[in-house]
Ligand binder design. Structure first.
Ligand SMILES: [Zn+2]
Length: 478
Protein backbone atom coordinates (compact mmCIF):
# COMPACT_ATOMS: atom_id res chain seq x y z
CA UNK A 1 0.00 0.00 0.00
CA UNK A 2 3.05 2.28 0.06
CA UNK A 3 2.36 3.05 -3.61
CA UNK A 4 -0.86 4.82 -2.69
CA UNK A 5 0.97 7.18 -0.37
CA UNK A 6 3.54 8.16 -3.01
CA UNK A 7 1.02 8.43 -5.85
CA UNK A 8 -2.51 9.74 -6.11
CA UNK A 9 -5.25 8.79 -8.54
CA UNK A 10 -7.23 11.26 -10.63
CA UNK A 11 -10.56 9.81 -11.71
CA UNK A 12 -13.42 11.08 -13.85
CA UNK A 13 -16.55 9.11 -14.66
CA UNK A 14 -18.89 9.06 -17.63
CA UNK A 15 -22.13 7.48 -16.54
CA UNK A 16 -24.74 6.38 -19.07
CA UNK A 17 -28.26 6.03 -17.79
CA UNK A 18 -31.34 4.87 -19.69
CA UNK A 19 -34.17 7.35 -19.22
CA UNK A 20 -37.53 6.19 -17.93
CA UNK A 21 -39.70 6.94 -20.94
CA UNK A 22 -42.46 4.84 -22.47
CA UNK A 23 -41.14 5.12 -25.99
CA UNK A 24 -37.73 5.41 -27.66
CA UNK A 25 -35.88 8.63 -28.42
CA UNK A 26 -36.77 9.15 -32.10
CA UNK A 27 -39.69 6.81 -32.77
CA UNK A 28 -42.78 5.35 -31.09
CA UNK A 29 -41.29 1.93 -30.35
CA UNK A 30 -41.57 0.79 -26.73
CA UNK A 31 -38.67 1.46 -24.38
CA UNK A 32 -39.00 -1.90 -22.72
CA UNK A 33 -36.53 -4.43 -21.37
CA UNK A 34 -36.83 -8.14 -21.98
CA UNK A 35 -39.03 -8.29 -25.10
CA UNK A 36 -38.16 -11.00 -27.67
CA UNK A 37 -35.26 -9.84 -29.92
CA UNK A 38 -36.14 -7.33 -32.64
CA UNK A 39 -39.80 -6.94 -31.71
CA UNK A 40 -39.59 -3.30 -30.56
CA UNK A 41 -38.20 -1.98 -33.82
CA UNK A 42 -39.28 0.17 -36.77
CA UNK A 43 -37.62 1.76 -39.82
CA UNK A 44 -36.44 4.71 -37.69
CA UNK A 45 -34.56 2.76 -35.01
CA UNK A 46 -33.36 0.23 -37.59
CA UNK A 47 -31.73 3.10 -39.46
CA UNK A 48 -33.46 2.42 -42.76
CA UNK A 49 -33.03 5.07 -45.47
CA UNK A 50 -35.55 7.83 -45.91
CA UNK A 51 -36.85 8.05 -42.35
CA UNK A 52 -36.88 11.08 -40.09
CA UNK A 53 -36.33 11.15 -36.33
CA UNK A 54 -38.79 13.00 -34.08
CA UNK A 55 -37.46 13.94 -30.63
CA UNK A 56 -39.22 12.42 -27.62
CA UNK A 57 -40.35 15.39 -25.50
CA UNK A 58 -40.46 13.35 -22.30
CA UNK A 59 -36.79 12.42 -22.79
CA UNK A 60 -35.94 16.11 -23.24
CA UNK A 61 -37.89 16.92 -20.08
CA UNK A 62 -36.16 14.19 -18.04
CA UNK A 63 -32.77 15.37 -19.30
CA UNK A 64 -33.40 18.93 -18.16
CA UNK A 65 -34.86 17.67 -14.86
CA UNK A 66 -31.76 15.53 -14.30
CA UNK A 67 -29.63 18.60 -15.03
CA UNK A 68 -31.54 20.59 -12.41
CA UNK A 69 -31.23 17.77 -9.85
CA UNK A 70 -27.48 17.78 -10.50
CA UNK A 71 -27.32 21.56 -9.88
CA UNK A 72 -26.51 22.23 -13.55
CA UNK A 73 -27.10 25.31 -15.64
CA UNK A 74 -29.59 24.71 -18.43
CA UNK A 75 -28.32 26.41 -21.62
CA UNK A 76 -30.90 28.32 -23.64
CA UNK A 77 -30.06 26.22 -26.67
CA UNK A 78 -29.03 22.60 -27.09
CA UNK A 79 -28.34 20.73 -30.30
CA UNK A 80 -28.07 17.20 -31.62
CA UNK A 81 -25.03 15.99 -33.53
CA UNK A 82 -24.02 12.88 -35.36
CA UNK A 83 -21.11 10.94 -33.93
CA UNK A 84 -19.79 8.87 -36.81
CA UNK A 85 -18.33 5.45 -36.29
CA UNK A 86 -19.04 1.91 -37.41
CA UNK A 87 -20.28 -0.70 -35.03
CA UNK A 88 -22.39 -3.76 -35.89
CA UNK A 89 -25.04 -2.92 -33.29
CA UNK A 90 -25.53 0.62 -34.61
CA UNK A 91 -27.40 0.43 -37.93
CA UNK A 92 -27.12 4.11 -38.94
CA UNK A 93 -23.30 4.07 -38.55
CA UNK A 94 -23.68 7.19 -36.48
CA UNK A 95 -25.04 7.85 -33.04
CA UNK A 96 -27.18 10.92 -32.40
CA UNK A 97 -25.79 12.76 -29.38
CA UNK A 98 -25.21 16.28 -28.08
CA UNK A 99 -21.64 17.34 -28.79
CA UNK A 100 -20.75 20.97 -28.11
CA UNK A 101 -24.22 22.17 -27.07
CA UNK A 102 -25.44 19.78 -24.37
CA UNK A 103 -28.67 20.18 -22.39
CA UNK A 104 -27.00 20.67 -19.00
CA UNK A 105 -23.60 22.01 -17.92
CA UNK A 106 -21.56 22.87 -14.83
CA UNK A 107 -23.27 21.18 -11.89
CA UNK A 108 -22.27 19.10 -8.91
CA UNK A 109 -23.18 16.15 -6.72
CA UNK A 110 -22.69 16.24 -2.93
CA UNK A 111 -22.48 12.95 -1.10
CA UNK A 112 -21.28 11.38 2.14
CA UNK A 113 -17.91 9.71 2.01
CA UNK A 114 -15.64 8.70 4.89
CA UNK A 115 -17.60 10.77 7.37
CA UNK A 116 -17.63 14.02 5.40
CA UNK A 117 -19.61 15.64 2.59
CA UNK A 118 -17.70 15.39 -0.70
CA UNK A 119 -18.47 17.31 -3.87
CA UNK A 120 -17.82 16.03 -7.38
CA UNK A 121 -18.41 18.59 -10.09
CA UNK A 122 -20.46 17.65 -13.13
CA UNK A 123 -19.01 18.85 -16.42
CA UNK A 124 -22.11 18.19 -18.46
CA UNK A 125 -25.11 15.95 -18.94
CA UNK A 126 -26.23 15.27 -22.48
CA UNK A 127 -28.89 13.28 -24.23
CA UNK A 128 -28.09 10.58 -26.77
CA UNK A 129 -29.42 7.27 -28.01
CA UNK A 130 -28.51 3.78 -26.92
CA UNK A 131 -27.30 1.22 -29.47
CA UNK A 132 -28.42 -2.36 -30.08
CA UNK A 133 -26.93 -5.40 -28.46
CA UNK A 134 -24.65 -7.95 -30.11
CA UNK A 135 -25.21 -11.55 -29.08
CA UNK A 136 -22.66 -14.28 -29.69
CA UNK A 137 -23.73 -17.91 -29.99
CA UNK A 138 -21.78 -21.11 -30.60
CA UNK A 139 -21.75 -20.84 -34.40
CA UNK A 140 -23.26 -17.44 -35.16
CA UNK A 141 -23.69 -13.91 -33.92
CA UNK A 142 -26.84 -11.84 -33.90
CA UNK A 143 -27.92 -8.30 -33.12
CA UNK A 144 -30.97 -7.33 -31.09
CA UNK A 145 -32.08 -3.80 -31.98
CA UNK A 146 -34.72 -3.48 -29.24
CA UNK A 147 -32.33 -1.26 -27.32
CA UNK A 148 -31.31 0.83 -30.34
CA UNK A 149 -32.71 4.33 -29.95
CA UNK A 150 -33.54 4.08 -26.25
CA UNK A 151 -32.92 7.53 -24.73
CA UNK A 152 -29.64 7.59 -22.87
CA UNK A 153 -28.36 10.33 -20.57
CA UNK A 154 -24.60 10.66 -20.29
CA UNK A 155 -23.37 12.38 -17.13
CA UNK A 156 -19.74 13.45 -17.28
CA UNK A 157 -17.93 14.29 -14.06
CA UNK A 158 -14.87 16.43 -13.57
CA UNK A 159 -11.79 14.43 -12.49
CA UNK A 160 -12.54 15.21 -8.82
CA UNK A 161 -12.52 11.60 -7.63
CA UNK A 162 -9.37 10.35 -5.91
CA UNK A 163 -9.99 6.69 -5.07
CA UNK A 164 -11.90 3.58 -6.10
CA UNK A 165 -14.01 3.81 -2.94
CA UNK A 166 -14.88 7.43 -3.63
CA UNK A 167 -15.92 6.54 -7.19
CA UNK A 168 -18.19 3.86 -5.73
CA UNK A 169 -19.75 6.31 -3.27
CA UNK A 170 -20.26 8.90 -6.03
CA UNK A 171 -21.97 6.39 -8.32
CA UNK A 172 -24.35 5.27 -5.58
CA UNK A 173 -25.21 8.87 -4.73
CA UNK A 174 -25.80 9.64 -8.42
CA UNK A 175 -28.02 6.60 -8.78
CA UNK A 176 -30.05 7.57 -5.69
CA UNK A 177 -30.62 11.06 -7.10
CA UNK A 178 -31.75 9.74 -10.49
CA UNK A 179 -34.10 7.19 -8.92
CA UNK A 180 -35.49 9.80 -6.49
CA UNK A 181 -36.12 12.21 -9.33
CA UNK A 182 -37.87 9.59 -11.49
CA UNK A 183 -35.23 10.04 -14.21
CA UNK A 184 -34.33 6.36 -14.48
CA UNK A 185 -35.02 3.12 -12.68
CA UNK A 186 -31.24 2.56 -12.75
CA UNK A 187 -31.77 -1.20 -12.74
CA UNK A 188 -28.22 -2.53 -13.01
CA UNK A 189 -29.42 -6.07 -13.73
CA UNK A 190 -31.15 -4.75 -16.86
CA UNK A 191 -28.11 -2.79 -17.99
CA UNK A 192 -29.78 0.58 -17.39
CA UNK A 193 -26.55 2.10 -16.01
CA UNK A 194 -23.13 1.72 -17.61
CA UNK A 195 -19.90 3.53 -16.84
CA UNK A 196 -16.74 4.57 -18.59
CA UNK A 197 -13.89 5.50 -16.29
CA UNK A 198 -10.96 7.80 -16.93
CA UNK A 199 -8.09 7.24 -14.55
CA UNK A 200 -4.53 8.45 -14.29
CA UNK A 201 -2.01 8.56 -11.48
CA UNK A 202 0.62 11.12 -10.57
CA UNK A 203 3.16 11.59 -7.79
CA UNK A 204 1.28 12.96 -4.79
CA UNK A 205 1.53 16.71 -4.52
CA UNK A 206 2.13 17.33 -8.24
CA UNK A 207 -0.46 18.94 -10.45
CA UNK A 208 0.30 17.71 -13.95
CA UNK A 209 -2.08 15.01 -15.15
CA UNK A 210 -0.66 11.62 -16.10
CA UNK A 211 -1.59 9.69 -19.25
CA UNK A 212 -5.34 9.18 -19.20
CA UNK A 213 -6.48 5.57 -19.39
CA UNK A 214 -10.11 4.90 -20.19
CA UNK A 215 -11.88 1.73 -19.07
CA UNK A 216 -15.00 1.21 -21.13
CA UNK A 217 -18.48 -0.05 -20.60
CA UNK A 218 -18.72 -1.40 -17.08
CA UNK A 219 -22.17 -2.35 -15.89
CA UNK A 220 -21.81 -2.68 -12.14
CA UNK A 221 -20.60 -0.24 -9.49
CA UNK A 222 -18.65 -2.98 -7.70
CA UNK A 223 -17.01 -3.76 -11.05
CA UNK A 224 -16.01 -0.10 -11.38
CA UNK A 225 -14.49 -0.17 -7.91
CA UNK A 226 -12.54 -3.36 -8.55
CA UNK A 227 -11.37 -2.18 -11.97
CA UNK A 228 -10.13 1.08 -10.47
CA UNK A 229 -8.34 -0.68 -7.62
CA UNK A 230 -6.59 -2.90 -10.15
CA UNK A 231 -5.83 -0.16 -12.66
CA UNK A 232 -4.44 2.31 -10.11
CA UNK A 233 -2.03 -0.32 -8.79
CA UNK A 234 -1.08 -1.31 -12.35
CA UNK A 235 -0.29 2.27 -13.37
CA UNK A 236 1.69 2.91 -10.20
CA UNK A 237 3.81 -0.19 -10.70
CA UNK A 238 4.50 0.74 -14.35
CA UNK A 239 5.68 4.18 -13.26
CA UNK A 240 7.70 2.85 -10.34
CA UNK A 241 9.54 0.40 -12.54
CA UNK A 242 10.51 3.30 -14.82
CA UNK A 243 7.94 2.51 -17.53
CA UNK A 244 5.73 4.93 -19.47
CA UNK A 245 1.97 5.04 -19.78
CA UNK A 246 0.23 6.12 -22.98
CA UNK A 247 -3.30 7.36 -23.42
CA UNK A 248 -5.35 4.28 -24.26
CA UNK A 249 -8.63 2.45 -23.83
CA UNK A 250 -8.80 -0.72 -21.80
CA UNK A 251 -11.39 -3.36 -21.13
CA UNK A 252 -12.20 -4.68 -17.63
CA UNK A 253 -12.59 -8.42 -17.39
CA UNK A 254 -14.78 -9.07 -14.37
CA UNK A 255 -13.98 -12.82 -14.39
CA UNK A 256 -10.20 -12.56 -14.28
CA UNK A 257 -10.10 -9.22 -12.45
CA UNK A 258 -7.67 -7.49 -14.82
CA UNK A 259 -7.85 -4.73 -17.41
CA UNK A 260 -6.44 -5.29 -20.89
CA UNK A 261 -5.64 -2.87 -23.66
CA UNK A 262 -8.22 -2.52 -26.45
CA UNK A 263 -6.78 0.33 -28.49
CA UNK A 264 -4.83 3.48 -28.06
CA UNK A 265 -7.22 6.31 -27.43
CA UNK A 266 -9.20 7.87 -30.23
CA UNK A 267 -9.71 11.63 -30.27
CA UNK A 268 -12.90 13.58 -30.77
CA UNK A 269 -11.95 14.49 -34.34
CA UNK A 270 -11.92 10.78 -35.19
CA UNK A 271 -15.71 10.85 -34.89
CA UNK A 272 -16.30 13.69 -37.40
CA UNK A 273 -19.09 15.21 -35.33
CA UNK A 274 -21.50 17.45 -37.23
CA UNK A 275 -24.98 18.84 -36.47
CA UNK A 276 -27.74 16.40 -37.39
CA UNK A 277 -29.51 18.06 -40.34
CA UNK A 278 -32.73 16.16 -39.55
CA UNK A 279 -33.18 17.64 -36.07
CA UNK A 280 -33.99 21.14 -34.91
CA UNK A 281 -31.99 22.76 -32.14
CA UNK A 282 -33.69 22.38 -28.77
CA UNK A 283 -34.58 25.85 -27.50
CA UNK A 284 -36.86 25.47 -24.47
CA UNK A 285 -38.96 28.44 -23.37
CA UNK A 286 -38.41 29.87 -19.91
CA UNK A 287 -41.92 28.72 -19.01
CA UNK A 288 -41.11 25.16 -20.08
CA UNK A 289 -37.94 25.06 -17.98
CA UNK A 290 -39.84 26.51 -15.02
CA UNK A 291 -42.47 23.81 -15.34
CA UNK A 292 -39.70 21.20 -15.25
CA UNK A 293 -38.21 22.96 -12.24
CA UNK A 294 -41.46 22.33 -10.33
CA UNK A 295 -40.67 18.60 -10.48
CA UNK A 296 -37.36 18.99 -8.67
CA UNK A 297 -37.64 16.83 -5.56
CA UNK A 298 -35.71 16.95 -2.31
CA UNK A 299 -32.48 15.00 -2.85
CA UNK A 300 -31.53 12.01 -0.69
CA UNK A 301 -28.72 13.78 1.16
CA UNK A 302 -30.85 16.86 1.83
CA UNK A 303 -33.66 14.64 3.11
CA UNK A 304 -31.30 12.79 5.44
CA UNK A 305 -29.88 16.04 6.79
CA UNK A 306 -33.37 17.49 7.28
CA UNK A 307 -34.58 14.43 9.21
CA UNK A 308 -31.49 14.59 11.45
CA UNK A 309 -31.92 18.34 12.02
CA UNK A 310 -35.70 18.72 12.33
CA UNK A 311 -36.50 15.51 14.18
CA UNK A 312 -33.18 15.05 16.02
CA UNK A 313 -32.87 11.57 14.59
CA UNK A 314 -29.56 9.66 14.52
CA UNK A 315 -28.03 9.14 11.06
CA UNK A 316 -29.11 5.48 10.93
CA UNK A 317 -32.80 6.31 11.46
CA UNK A 318 -32.67 9.16 8.95
CA UNK A 319 -31.10 6.83 6.39
CA UNK A 320 -33.96 4.35 6.81
CA UNK A 321 -36.38 7.15 5.88
CA UNK A 322 -34.27 8.05 2.84
CA UNK A 323 -34.07 4.47 1.62
CA UNK A 324 -37.80 3.96 2.18
CA UNK A 325 -39.43 7.23 1.16
CA UNK A 326 -43.09 6.23 1.81
CA UNK A 327 -42.14 5.07 5.32
CA UNK A 328 -40.33 8.37 5.89
CA UNK A 329 -43.37 10.32 4.67
CA UNK A 330 -45.51 8.32 7.08
CA UNK A 331 -43.11 9.08 9.93
CA UNK A 332 -43.45 12.79 9.14
CA UNK A 333 -47.21 12.50 9.66
CA UNK A 334 -46.59 10.80 13.01
CA UNK A 335 -44.01 13.40 14.02
CA UNK A 336 -46.65 16.14 13.82
CA UNK A 337 -48.39 14.53 16.77
CA UNK A 338 -45.57 14.09 19.25
CA UNK A 339 -42.95 16.17 21.02
CA UNK A 340 -40.71 13.06 20.97
CA UNK A 341 -40.03 12.23 17.30
CA UNK A 342 -37.16 9.88 18.17
CA UNK A 343 -39.56 7.82 20.29
CA UNK A 344 -42.02 7.75 17.39
CA UNK A 345 -39.27 6.79 14.94
CA UNK A 346 -38.44 3.76 17.09
CA UNK A 347 -42.03 2.50 16.82
CA UNK A 348 -42.16 3.14 13.07
CA UNK A 349 -38.79 1.59 12.29
CA UNK A 350 -38.64 -1.28 14.77
CA UNK A 351 -42.22 -2.34 15.42
CA UNK A 352 -44.35 -1.15 12.56
CA UNK A 353 -41.91 -2.10 9.81
CA UNK A 354 -41.34 -5.56 11.33
CA UNK A 355 -45.07 -6.22 11.63
CA UNK A 356 -45.63 -5.02 8.07
CA UNK A 357 -43.03 -7.50 6.82
CA UNK A 358 -44.48 -10.29 8.98
CA UNK A 359 -48.06 -9.73 7.85
CA UNK A 360 -47.34 -8.63 4.29
CA UNK A 361 -49.23 -5.37 4.88
CA UNK A 362 -48.51 -2.12 3.07
CA UNK A 363 -48.74 1.39 4.54
CA UNK A 364 -52.21 1.85 3.10
CA UNK A 365 -53.38 -1.20 5.09
CA UNK A 366 -52.30 0.22 8.46
CA UNK A 367 -55.45 0.34 10.55
CA UNK A 368 -54.48 2.94 13.16
CA UNK A 369 -54.01 6.63 12.44
CA UNK A 370 -50.50 8.18 12.51
CA UNK A 371 -51.45 10.16 15.64
CA UNK A 372 -51.99 6.86 17.50
CA UNK A 373 -48.22 6.36 17.60
CA UNK A 374 -47.87 9.83 19.11
CA UNK A 375 -50.42 8.87 21.73
CA UNK A 376 -48.53 5.65 22.55
CA UNK A 377 -45.25 7.56 22.89
CA UNK A 378 -46.95 9.97 25.29
CA UNK A 379 -48.35 7.10 27.42
CA UNK A 380 -44.83 5.74 27.84
CA UNK A 381 -43.16 9.12 28.32
CA UNK A 382 -45.69 10.12 31.00
CA UNK A 383 -45.12 6.82 32.85
CA UNK A 384 -48.74 5.72 32.36
CA UNK A 385 -47.70 2.39 30.89
CA UNK A 386 -44.43 0.48 31.02
CA UNK A 387 -42.43 0.06 27.85
CA UNK A 388 -43.15 -3.66 28.09
CA UNK A 389 -46.91 -3.03 28.08
CA UNK A 390 -46.42 -0.57 25.23
CA UNK A 391 -45.14 -3.44 23.08
CA UNK A 392 -48.36 -5.30 23.75
CA UNK A 393 -50.44 -2.20 23.01
CA UNK A 394 -48.66 -1.66 19.71
CA UNK A 395 -49.19 -5.24 18.56
CA UNK A 396 -52.88 -4.88 19.46
CA UNK A 397 -53.40 -1.54 17.72
CA UNK A 398 -51.67 -2.90 14.62
CA UNK A 399 -54.13 -5.79 14.63
CA UNK A 400 -57.37 -3.92 15.46
CA UNK A 401 -56.76 -0.24 14.77
CA UNK A 402 -58.02 0.54 18.27
CA UNK A 403 -56.54 3.60 20.01
CA UNK A 404 -53.73 3.02 22.54
CA UNK A 405 -55.70 4.45 25.49
CA UNK A 406 -58.67 2.23 24.71
CA UNK A 407 -56.41 -0.84 24.66
CA UNK A 408 -54.71 0.20 27.91
CA UNK A 409 -58.12 0.63 29.59
CA UNK A 410 -59.55 -2.59 28.22
CA UNK A 411 -56.54 -4.69 29.21
CA UNK A 412 -55.86 -2.92 32.51
CA UNK A 413 -52.32 -2.06 31.54
CA UNK A 414 -52.02 1.19 33.46
CA UNK A 415 -48.66 1.17 35.15
CA UNK A 416 -48.74 0.73 38.91
CA UNK A 417 -46.82 3.62 40.39
CA UNK A 418 -48.67 3.57 43.67
CA UNK A 419 -46.00 2.92 46.32
CA UNK A 420 -48.17 0.80 48.58
CA UNK A 421 -49.25 -1.45 45.71
CA UNK A 422 -45.69 -1.92 44.47
CA UNK A 423 -44.50 -2.59 48.04
CA UNK A 424 -47.05 -5.38 48.31
CA UNK A 425 -45.66 -7.02 45.13
CA UNK A 426 -42.11 -6.64 46.48
CA UNK A 427 -42.97 -8.23 49.83
CA UNK A 428 -44.56 -11.13 48.00
CA UNK A 429 -41.44 -11.63 45.83
CA UNK A 430 -39.08 -11.43 48.80
CA UNK A 431 -41.11 -13.95 50.79
CA UNK A 432 -41.24 -16.39 47.88
CA UNK A 433 -37.51 -16.25 47.04
CA UNK A 434 -35.38 -16.66 50.17
CA UNK A 435 -32.41 -18.00 48.16
CA UNK A 436 -31.88 -14.97 45.93
CA UNK A 437 -32.59 -12.69 48.89
CA UNK A 438 -29.76 -14.37 50.80
CA UNK A 439 -27.52 -14.12 47.72
CA UNK A 440 -28.13 -10.41 47.45
CA UNK A 441 -27.41 -9.88 51.13
CA UNK A 442 -24.17 -11.89 50.68
CA UNK A 443 -23.11 -9.32 48.05
CA UNK A 444 -24.35 -10.78 44.76
CA UNK A 445 -25.75 -7.67 43.11
CA UNK A 446 -27.15 -9.67 40.18
CA UNK A 447 -29.70 -11.29 42.47
CA UNK A 448 -31.55 -7.98 42.56
CA UNK A 449 -32.38 -8.24 38.86
CA UNK A 450 -33.87 -11.66 39.45
CA UNK A 451 -36.09 -10.31 42.20
CA UNK A 452 -37.10 -7.34 40.03
CA UNK A 453 -38.14 -9.80 37.36
CA UNK A 454 -40.27 -11.68 39.90
CA UNK A 455 -42.02 -8.46 40.91
CA UNK A 456 -42.74 -7.58 37.27
CA UNK A 457 -44.14 -11.06 36.78
CA UNK A 458 -46.37 -10.79 39.84
CA UNK A 459 -47.66 -7.42 38.63
CA UNK A 460 -48.17 -8.78 35.10
CA UNK A 461 -45.66 -6.28 33.79
CA UNK A 462 -47.52 -3.28 35.15
CA UNK A 463 -45.33 -2.26 38.10
CA UNK A 464 -43.26 0.85 37.48
CA UNK A 465 -39.76 -0.70 37.05
CA UNK A 466 -37.87 2.27 38.50
CA UNK A 467 -40.06 2.22 41.59
CA UNK A 468 -39.66 -1.56 41.93
CA UNK A 469 -35.86 -1.25 41.96
CA UNK A 470 -36.00 1.54 44.51
CA UNK A 471 -38.33 -0.28 46.92
CA UNK A 472 -36.57 -3.65 46.61
CA UNK A 473 -33.21 -2.15 47.44
CA UNK A 474 -34.62 -0.24 50.38
CA UNK A 475 -36.27 -3.36 51.77
CA UNK A 476 -33.26 -5.65 51.27
CA UNK A 477 -30.67 -3.24 52.61
CA UNK A 478 -32.83 -2.05 55.46
ZN1 LIG B 1 -38.47 2.38 -33.59
Amino acid sequence: MSSTTEYEAVIGLETHVQLRTRSKMWCGCANEFGAPPNTNVCPVCLGLPGVLPVANEEALRLTVLAGLLLNCEIPARARFDRKNYFYPDMPKNYQITQYDQPSAVRGWVDFEFEGAIQRVRITRAHLEEDVGKSMHFAQTSGVDFNRAGVPLLEIVSEPDITSADMAYAYLNALKDILVFGGISDCDMEKGMVRCDVNVSVRPRGTSQLGAKIEIKNMNSFSGVRRALEYEIQRQVSVLKSGGQLVQSTRRWDDQTGVTEEMRTKEYAHDYRYFPDPDLMAFVPSEQWVNDVRKCVVELPLARKQRFMRDYKLPAGDAQVFVDDVPLGDYFELVARHTPNPKGAANWVINNMRALMVQTGKALKDIRFKPEAIGELVALVDQGKISSKSAQEVFAEMFLTGESPSAIVDRKGLVQVSDTAAVEAFCDQAIAANPGPVADFKAGKAAALNFLKGQVMKLSRGRANPALVGEILEKKLKG
